[in-house]
Write a protein that binds this ligand. Structure first.
Ligand code: ADP
Ligand code: MG
Length: 239
């Protein structure tokens, strides 16, 4: 469960990329975060994950104020999982080694059990257990990145463009994998996506970020029909 209130953050002193963002993701919800390139979607996820400290505002995970909890404590103490936009697996390591890294602070037996559980959920991982992650297809690699983040049993999961660069067929496979998480694990999922229509299709709700603020939010089905959504998108893209 994630609550973000009035969040302001940025990189360069005096320039805010996020400017008073409010957002909520409940248990077992899939919520999409949409918006044009460069509007601050990854910045928001990095801020929630603790790579970037907020300048103002609140970040609350499962009832705890974690805005200033450093990134290396977020997985263990705050039950957060994060799949970044790029470099989200260790290419030279095997599937198994990547999963073991995801569960590195579990006891060996629990780690093994969790790995088996995730291999049941995603059979492709069992079939490729000893292959190098770099040898997987794009879709398989995203599933490995998901599973790596799930090893520690997160209550909240942040996904940054899980379908980037995938074919439509692969996108479907990865989105199926994301829906499996909701079904089996009751995790709160916040997913940044460029493929807005497909993302809304598997989401409960969505937020559209524009100029560092939430410009539009609501039920995913309602947003699919919303003309303002298309204007925001097409307007921003044409510019
Ligand atoms: N590490 C960084 N240092 C300085 N500026 C950055 C950094 N990362 C991103 N930015 C800037 O922040 C803005 C938002 O970027 P980002 O959050 O990656 O957008 P999105 O994920 O929506 O495409 C962009 O203008 C980008 O150039
Ligand atoms: Mg991004």
């Amino acid at each position: 469960m994630l609550t973000v209130e009035n969040l302001t953050a940025g990189y360069t002193p005096g320039i805010n990329i996020l400017n008073g963002v409010n957002l909520f993701v409940g248990r077992a919800e899939i919520v999409s975060l949409l918006g044009p390139n460069g509007c601050g979607k990854s910045t928001l996820l990095k801020c929630i994950a603790g790579y970037l400290l907020p300048r103002q505002g609140l970040i609350n995970l499962e009832g705890d104020d974690v805005g200033h909890t450093p990134v290396y404590l977020k997985v263990r103490q705050c039950a957060l999982g994060f799949v970044p936009q790029t470099d989200n697996v260790f290419g030279a390591m095997s599937v198994q080694e990547n999963l073991l890294i995801g569960g590195h602070f579990l006891r060996p037996k629990a780690c093994q059990a969790r790995m088996e559980q995730l291999c049941d959920l995603y059979p492709i991982l069992a079939r490729k257990m000893h292959a190098a992650a770099a040898a997987l297809s794009g879709g398989e690699r995203q599933i490995l990145a998901l599973a790596r983040a799930l090893m520690s049993g997160p209550r909240t999961l942040l996904l940054d463009e899980p379908s980037a660069g995938l074919s439509p067929k692969m996108l479907e496979i990865v989105f199926d994998a994301i829906q499996q998480i909701r079904k089996h694990e009751e995790v709160a999922i916040l997913m940044v996506e460029q493929n807005a229509v497909e993302a809304l299709d598997i989401s409960d709700r969505a937020y559209v970020l524009s100029l560092g603020q939430i410009a539009l939010s609501g039920n995913a089905r309602a947003l699919l029909q919303d003309e303002r959504m298309q204007e925001l998108y097409l307007g921003a893209r044409a510019g």
